[in-house]
Design a binder for this molecule. Structure first.
Ligand code: NAD
Length: 441
């Protein structure tokens, strides 16, 4: 089957490469010439474990181009995997998706199936179908199917090759049969439903996970107040199969390209239909304030961060990705700078992207030791393995005032109790081995 994929971001490129791995011939289209040049040279423009290797391995079945007309004109299937970012009002910006739909309408010269992989509000597939049909340049049949994506950044290749499920939303048999053929070698349940239900499955799944995270974060906040330990609480809860142990790690909130925008978009859509999704609204509100939890904690130790050396460990929204979208670092670092702090930041893969946003005013470090040296306080925003495996006793040796504010609970409290530091994490007792009074200045 001849497949084209519009958009070579985290979803599009991973989809294209994994379909090539399954023997399909795939042309990946992007408007970004730099990205296309990199991919043609066998270089992945995004950091995603295993992606570049798989791309290089399947190069003979992969094409990369900016020429959408050429890619779409005789494709059997065209996947739309462009971004659907958040608009100011919280609704989804569908301009990229609609632009691709129009490009497809102007290009296709034979019958084909257009598959919407981008996360789009309920009802968007219908609009895409109308848009394509009303702009067709040639007399062909175009069938539109919804096929939402559930991969996680950092494990995207594994999540795609070993998907938990494939959801297909169709209004006609032809599109359903074509998609089943595409996925015939994938060993997972396939849920076939109508397009609106498929669109809703994606939002409901993401919003449920966001809700689970915000729920455990609120319980963690209460644990801190009443003296319970969130890790033990989560462990005890997680053994219950009805609850499960995933997404129960308390922290400074979710970020990334999906949960923040997908919660807001569904909430917006419900409001538009005069319905308030109260649980989703609560998840959003809790997450907004949770992102500032460490800054608030820092006020226990300092009136202000002015003139202090602040070490930041982790810039990306989670480990395993170079993606900064909605990362807690993006909210917190500007506040530190505004306060007059001297910020030193470390991240194993996120520095180059962060530098594009903040080329000046931050000292970027390439080792954890350099970041911590002479620091007055350390903020941990991302639970990279490098941080989790870093010897906790070194904070006391390297920092001027070893106050460690850990937003991801990277260390166990037994180790923290042996270290010469103040260790303040999420939903757990604060360890103060320095025996100093709190507010310094
Ligand atoms: P992204 O921003 O990483 O990539 C989008 C790509 O589309 C960019 O490379 C951009 O240049 C390209 N593009 C824009 N207009 C184009 C056009 N007309 N033709 C061809 N290419 C074009 O986005 P992403 O993170 O891969 O997300 C894509 C969609 O998948 C979104 O709707 C998102 O919500 C959804 N999704 C994302 C994830 C994730 O973890 N990132 C997971 C599941 C679903």
């Amino acid at each position: 089957m001849k497949i084209a994929v519009a958009g070579t971001g985290y979803v599009g490129l991973v989809t294209g490469v994994c379909l090539a791995e399954h023997g399909h011939s795939v042309t990946c289209v992007d408007i970004d010439e730099n990205k296309v040049a990199l991919m043609k040279a066998g270089v992945s423009p995004i950091y995603e474990p295993g992606l570049e290797e798989l791309m290089v391995k399947n190069m003979e079945r992969l094409n990369f181009t900016t020429d959408y007309k050429d890619a779409y004109k005789d494709a059997d299937i065209i996947f739309i995997a462009v971004g659907t970012p958040e608009k100011q009002d919280g609704s989804a910006n569908l301009s990229y998706v609609y632009e691709v739909a129009e490009q497809i309408a102007r290009s296709v010269e034979k019958d084909c199936v257009v598959v919407v992989k981008s996360t789009v509000p309920i009802g968007t597939n219908d609009k895409i179908e109308d848009l394509i049909k009303s702009n067709l340049a040639n007399n062909v049949n175009v069938y539109v199917a919804s096929n939402p994506e559930f991969l996680s950044q950092g494990t995207a290749v594994r999540d795609t090759l070993h998907a938990s499920r494939i959801v297909i939303g169709v209004e006609d048999e032809i599109a359903g049969e074509v998609l089943k053929e595409v996925y015939k070698n994938f060993d997972c349940p396939i849920v076939v439903t109508n397009r609106k239900s498929a669109e809703m499955i994606k939002y409901a799944s993401n919003d449920f996970l966001a809700l689970k995270i915000s729920f455990i974060n609120e319980i963690a906040n209460l644990c801190e107040i009443i003296g319970a330990n969130i890790e033990d609480v989560a462990l005890g809860m997680g053994y219950d199969e009805r609850i499960g142990n995933r997404f129960l790690n308390a922290g400074i909130g979710y970020g990334g390209s999906c949960f923040p925008k997908d919660t807001k978009a569904l909430h917006w859509l419900a409001n538009f239909h005069d319905y308030e999704l109260k649980t989703v609204k609560a998840a959003i509100d809790v997450n907004e304030s949770q992102k500032l939890k460490l800054i608030k904690k820092s006020r226990k130790y300092f009136d202000s961060l002015k003139g202090l050396n602040v070490a930041v460990l982790g810039l990306t929204f989670k480990p395993g990705t170079d993606d900064l979208r909605e990362a807690p670092s993006l909210v917190n670092i500007p506040l530190m700078l505004e306060d007059g702090a001297n910020v030193k930041a470390w991240d194993p893969v996120g520095i180059e992207n962060f530098k594009k946003l903040y080329p000046h005013g931050i000292t970027y470090c390439y080792s954890i030791e350099d970041t911590l040296r002479d620091a007055d306080v350390c903020f941990i925003f991302t639970e990279w393995d490098e941080v989790k495996n870093f010897d906790i006793s070194k904070y006391g040796e390297l920092m001027r005032r070893p106050i460690v504010l850990d937003g991801r609970n990277c260390y166990d409290l037994i180790s923290a109790k042996k270290a010469n530091i103040i260790y303040d994490s999420i939903g757990r007792e604060t360890i103060n081995n320095l025996e100093i009074s709190f507010v310094y200045d």
